[in-house]
Write a protein that binds this ligand. Structure first.
Ligand code: ZN
Ligand code: MN
Length: 439
């Protein structure tokens, strides 16, 4: 769609950390497919007087993510209370971070364009409402298993200008998180959730006075559809000279529309104040350096290395590094197959084009398959001539075409012969030409 406006998009991404316990208590952080309200205690139920104790691992992982995204780490950081009412938030506030987030000012490059990351902070997830019909009555039930699960929020500057850029950023962020091993970042299971903000401007040099925040986005596809819908909706309003209110809108996938939910609150509506039950945090440079040392090779570095060391095309390398486990498997197989000529290229080909399921094929098995595939079938000349004769007899129409001058059909004959064995191709072509001359 061509519109006279500049599309301006910013993103907030929430990611649940895969720690074994919750953010401020010892309850198991597992909540997907778990019997409701079985992983709870006074802290995560928000009972009065219960005291939160921060999860050290979650703090370290957030710093690690910040570092991997090129952020500076705040040596002084703290938790704050974000006050609001919602039935899935029994305390009446969420423990989050306001003016001293753990990490600030990072970036992710997408096709050489930097997307600035404003902040990475740590907070707790809320419980989950389930709307059900019980005994013919429509009720809302609340499950507190998710309440208090560590949640990292990654906020970008409004640097996206196309939906394509959003898509690339999200995939890249997801890959970095998975490489760090700090979350599955699985959108279907809700461990990665998106809130894009979008507005349109006639002038790229300044931001519009409004923004529309989108909620309930559960997949990359929904994100694209919701943004496409908003671009159309907002440009139609602007075309008619109307102003667009600052709003939060939800995505209704069934109807394919966004729906107004509420006029957006400002930060001061939340009455943030420092969490009195948790002392402020301080990190020394050496603590930060220790965390940095734990960062494994990141996807971009792996991509460069795969191209350089294994001589792969950028396309093939990018498919392999997309999945951490697949990339690891590839390297194991290359080691195993050191005796094969061009092992890396053959292995990449089998993994990418022949779609070998690497999760159930041990590298040794793959190497033998490749080795067998590379072996030419040994036949003597008379056997090969016999096979060629059979192929021609089975394709009389094509032989007629060949005689009429359609010499390209020789490709078909070659293909048919090679289906019967991995014969030396040059030899097959030589024999075919000879044979075709005699008929
Ligand atoms: Zn708990
Ligand atoms: Mn948040």
């Amino acid at each position: 769609m061509k519109i006279p406006y500049t599309v301006i998009i910013g993103l907030e991404v929430h990611v649940e950390l895969a720690t074994s316990s919750k953010m401020f208590c010892g309850c198991s952080a597992e909540h997907f497919g778990v019997t409701p309200n079985t992983h709870t205690c006074p802290v995560c139920l928000g009972l009065p007087g219960a005291l939160p104790v921060p999860n050290k691992k979650a703090v370290e992982w957030t710093i690690m993510l910040g570092l991997a995204l090129g952020c500076s780490i705040n040596e002084d950081s703290k938790f704050d209370r974000k006050n609001y009412f919602y039935p899935d938030l029994s305390k009446g506030y969420q423990i989050s971070q306001y003016d001293e987030p753990l990490a600030v000012n990072g970036e992710i490059k997408i096709q050489d364009k930097p997307i600035r990351i404003r902040r990475v902070h740590l907070e707790e997830d809320t419980g989950k409402l389930q709307h059900e019909t019980v005994n013919g009555e429509e009720v809302s039930l609340v499950d507190f298993n998710r309440s208090g699960v560590p949640l990292v929020e990654i906020v970008t500057e409004p640097d996206f200008r196309t939906i394509e850029e959003v898509d690339l950023y999200l995939k890249k962020l997801q890959r970095i998180i998975r490489y760090l091993g700090i979350s599955q970042a699985d959108m279907e299971k809700g461990s990665m959730r998106l809130e894009p903000s979008i507005s349109l401007s006639l002038d790229d040099s300044k931001l519009p006075s409004y923004r529309v925040e989108l909620k309930n986005i559960n997949s990359f596809r929904f994100a694209r559809r919701a943004l496409e819908y908003e671009i159309k909706r907002q440009s139609e309003l602007l075309d008619r000279g109307e102003t667009i209110p600052q709003q939060t809108r939800g995505w209704n996938e069934a109807k394919g529309v966004t729906v107004a939910q509420r006029e957006k609150e400002e930060a001061n509506d939340y009455r943030y104040f420092p969490e009195p039950d948790i002392p402020p945090m301080n990190f020394t440079q050496s603590q930060i350096a220790d965390i940095k040392a734990q960062i494994p090779e990141m996807p971009d570095q792996k991509l460069t290395r795969f191209i350089k060391i294994y001589g792969l095309s950028e396309y093939d390398a990018s498919l392999l590094i997309d999945d951490f486990d697949l990339a690891h498997y590839f390297e194991l197989a290359v080691k195993d197959g050191a005796k094969l000529d061009n092992a890396a290229k053959h292995i990449a080909n089998w993994l990418i084009n022949k779609k070998i399921n690497y999760r159930v094929t041990v590298p040794g098995e793959l190497i033998s398959k490749i080795a067998v595939g590379l072996q030419t079938t040994q036949v003597d000349d008379s056997q090969l001539e016999e096979i060629i004769g059979e192929v021609l007899a089975n394709n009389l129409q094509a032989v007629e075409d060949y005689k009429k001058g359609k010499t390209a059909v020789i490709g078909l004959f070659i293909g048919e012969v090679l289906k019967r064995g991995n014969f030396d191709k040059a030899k097959v072509i030589g024999f075919l030409n000879k044979k075709l001359k005699t008929i």
